[in-house]
Write a protein that binds this ligand. Structure first.
Ligand SMILES: Nc1ncnc2c1ncn2[C@@H]1O[C@H](COP(=O)(O)OP(=O)(O)O)[C@@H](O)[C@H]1O
Ligand SMILES: [Mg+2]
Length: 254
């Protein structure tokens, strides 16, 4: 094992005439936060959808946890231990945090052979409380619906859900875009703690200071290709902006 939980090589994906991904390379390491940045239309969302099994790539190779993966659906991805936090969070706001975290993966009392299968709420709540404690997520009222939580707390619930189920990688699409300064810091701290659990984290963000503060490595997409990668401390905001907006892609744009 070389420590990479995901390694994508020469991924191509076209939508009709639009080549969203033109041979992208990308990798993410266990225990590290890898930022994926790029201007609008660079291909970030398309790459995430390939990594999360929403779109099969037209060509290219995807290695997950050291093995070649053929991904045809988000369900396949779950089997590979990858969880995605989408921008809309996909939380049911009238349910509690623990109900959201176990939605579709409920724990039953008595095992599969019991004729009357009862949801084991106690076991689910205990597991969620442990996960929150481990990740430092503080939710004042565990039994209140998600609708009653602040935006930052809702984001934390969505991230904790992904972190609880993922065994290899959590992908987060713009997790701080809708948050104020204090809540953003809370979510950045949480992102770091998720990586510290030993899984990989991919962070998509437009906020360069956020990226520079939390990412161990930064990979820059432009016009469907990776044009730069930086390690922590190797770059500043102007370097990132330059990589996103200029470069030597004549062969791509010609
Ligand atoms: N489902 C789709 N159908 C057609 N074109 C798409 C689709 N998804 C993305 N694209 C195009 O692919 C390119 C990359 O888009 P996207 O991956 O969303 O970039 P980003 O997330 O970096 O803004 C854009 O030109 C976009 O218009
Ligand atoms: Mg996008």
């Amino acid at each position: 094992m070389d420590g990479y939980v995901v390694k994508a090589r020469q991924i191509r994906k076209a939508f009709g005439h639009v080549e969203a991904l033109r041979g992208v390379d990308f990798e993410a390491e266990a225990g590290k936060v890898t930022a994926l940045i790029g201007d609008n239309g660079a291909g970030k969302s398309s790459l995430v959808k390939v990594l999360s099994g929403v779109y099969p790539p037209d060509s290219g190779e995807l290695m997950i946890d050291g093995r070649v993966a053929r991904l045809n659906s988000p369900r396949d991805l779950r089997r590979h231990g990858i969880e995605t936090v989408y921008q809309d969070l996909a939380l049911a706001t009238d349910l509690t945090p623990y109900e959201n975290i176990f939605m579709g993966r409920e724990v039953y009392r008595g095992g599969v052979l019991t004729p009357l299968r009862l949801v084991d709420r106690g076991a689910m709540r205990t597991k969620v409380e442990e996960t929150f404690a481990r990740l430092g997520v503080k939710i004042s009222d565990q039994l209140a619906s998600v609708a009653a939580l602040s935006g930052g707390q809702q984001q934390s619930v969505a991230i904790a859900r992904a972190a609880m189920w993922a065994t290899n990688l959590v992908i987060m699409d713009e997790p701080t875009a809708a948050l104020g300064v204090a809540q953003t810091q809370g979510v950045l701290d949480l992102i770091r703690r998720v990586a510290d659990q030993g899984i990989g984290v991919v962070l998509i963000s437009h906020n360069m200071p956020d990226v520079l503060s939390v990412a161990d490595s930064i990979q820059v997409l432009r016009l469907g290709q990776r044009v730069a990668s930086f390690s922590r401390g190797e770059c500043d905001v102007p370097d990132l902006v330059q990589a996103m907006t200029s470069g030597t892609l004549e062969e791509v744009t010609a």
